[in-house]
Design a protein around this ligand. Structure first.
Ligand code: PLP
Length: 455
């Protein structure tokens, strides 16, 4: 069982530290998703593709901070660019406009077809929140549409139907609005229409029904970073949203720089109206950004002092401008790390090599599981994939119900004892420093995990 498997590898320090953590941090974790039973593993250091825990166990890391660390842990060039830049500017942050904000915005407008202008935030959550506010202000409509199973950050009206169970989620043609947290007021749930991913007939019906009140549709073009939108589906969705005056927001927090340097929009060759970015963009530091069409982005632009007024020292935008602020927005050190990360990814053959290694791991794992006659497929795009234990085709959230998550969870816990770090049931992200040797070690660990679990 899950409880006993840790007995094989010493996790004594981890357990003790987690016990301490629980006294002063609810659940012992700084984000609910970082928890898993019997206790999360507390890390001490990291390098390249490797994590080291407080008991001295090492792991090949495929969580990579939920995908953010595409250059691995502590890439020398990223660390150097960051520390050099801090010394060069003589501070950690200006608190004023500065050059790297423009350099990064130039980069993003060049790479992302749907981005003419950029605003920075400190997280992916803030980016989707800002995109939604911009869309609501721009269209004058109140509601948003989101797809079942898609995650856009942990705030009220998008924290619905991310992970509903079979009983709660209702009919696929018109999914229920299922809150994913206590404390979400009922009136906020009413702001959201839940749509079925990769089901264009039902989506079209719902869009036409609610077009008068829908400001925007927000979506992960690749659900959870691993279930791709079908090309026909996403093309038709773009046509419909344009026809019905609904903005289309691509949440590329996971897919940005990971499925293509220019995100999923470059793969699908579709221009969303607004794009949310995060994760890789900060090179391992907290970041987010909203980019989009000039006309929409300009809704947040103060153009005279009268667009801002000061109350008790706080600056606020007048009602005709979308208010957007953040003490740390456009943080120079974060942008230095992000720019260096992008420069590394832009080197000749870098993305191709990353995708090739990811494919290699996927193929080897598929072959292995099939040798053991376990129904299994890998599902993903670019440098992200997931292991799904079913032969049923995976096109949306509901298809995932067919998967054997019990077996997958047991294997993941075994993997933690065998030196492969994946948060149980999470997706795999690859970095540019994962080696072929890492891949082979990972496949060997999977084989041992499978044997341990099946025996
Ligand atoms: N949107 C997507 C698609 C994400 O995957 C995430 C985080 O996992 C977010 C938004 C929220 O980003 P953050 O955790 O930086 O707030």
């Amino acid at each position: 069982s899950v409880q006993t498997s840790y007995e094989k590898v010493s996790k004594i320090q981890s357990e003790a530290m987690f016990h301490r953590a629980k006294q002063v941090i609810p659940g012992g974790v700084s984000a609910n998703i970082k928890y898993f039973a019997p206790h999360p593993i507390i890390m001490k250091s990291a390098e390249g593709s490797q994590l080291v825990d407080v008991d001295g166990n090492t792991y090949i890391d495929y969580l990579l901070c939920y995908g953010a660390l595409i250059t691995g842990h502590g890439h020398q060039q990223v660390v150097k660019a960051t520390t050099d830049y801090m010394h060069k500017i003589g501070t950690t942050i200006f608190g004023t406009p500065h050059e790297l904000e423009v350099t990064m915005a130039d980069k993003l407008t060049a790479l992302y077809p749907g981005i003419d202008m950029v605003r920075y935030t400190n997280s992916g959550l803030e980016a989707t929140l800002l995109a939604i506010r911009m869309a609501t202000a721009y269209t004058g409509k109140k509601k948003i549409g989101k797809f079942e199973g898609h995650y856009h950050g942990g705030y009220n009206h998008v924290l619905v139907s991310v992970n509903p169970d079979q009983k709660e989620s209702g009919n696929e043609e018109e999914p229920n609005i299922v809150p994913e947290s206590k404390g979400i007021p009922a009136h906020e749930l009413k702001q959201t229409i839940v749509l079925p991913f990769n089901n264009i007939e039902a989506t079209e019906r719902l869009l036409r029904k609610h077009a008068h009140e829908l400001a925007a549709i927000i979506m992960e073009p690749v659900q959870g970073g691993f279930i791709p939108a079908e090309q026909d589906f996403i093309v038709r969705l773009r046509e419909l949203t344009s026809e019905l005056d609904i903005l289309l927001i691509f949440d590329e927090v996971k897919t940005g720089f990971r499925v293509h340097l220019g995100g999923a929009q470059s793969v699908y060759q579709i221009e969303p109206d607004l794009t949310a970015l995060g994760k890789v963009l900060g090179g391992g530091f907290p970041v987010g950004a909203v980019g989009g069409k000039r006309e929409i982005m300009m809704i947040s632009a103060p153009t005279s002092d009268s667009d801002i007024f000061s109350v008790g020292g706080a600056s606020r935008a007048k009602n005709d401008v979308v208010f957007h602020s953040g003490t740390y927005n456009g943080h120079p050190i974060v942008l230095a790390a992000g720019l260096e990360t992008i420069l590394l990814l832009e080197q000749d053959g870098c993305m191709e090599d990353l995708f090739m290694k990811t494919d290699m791991l996927r193929k080897k794992l598929e072959k292995l599981y099939h040798t053991y006659e376990i129904p299994m497929q890998t599902v993903g795009m670019g440098s992200i994939f997931n292991i799904v234990l079913t032969n049923h085709s995976i096109r949306n959230y509901r298809d995932m119900w067919q998967a054997d998550t019990n077996l997958r969870h047991k294997i993941d816990i075994e993997l933690l004892n065998l030196g492969v770090y994946i948060k149980p049931l999470n997706r795999y992200s690859m970095s540019i420093v994962h080696s072929e040797e890492n891949i082979n070690q990972t496949v060997i660990a999977h084989e041992k995990a499978i044997k341990n679990v099946l025996n």
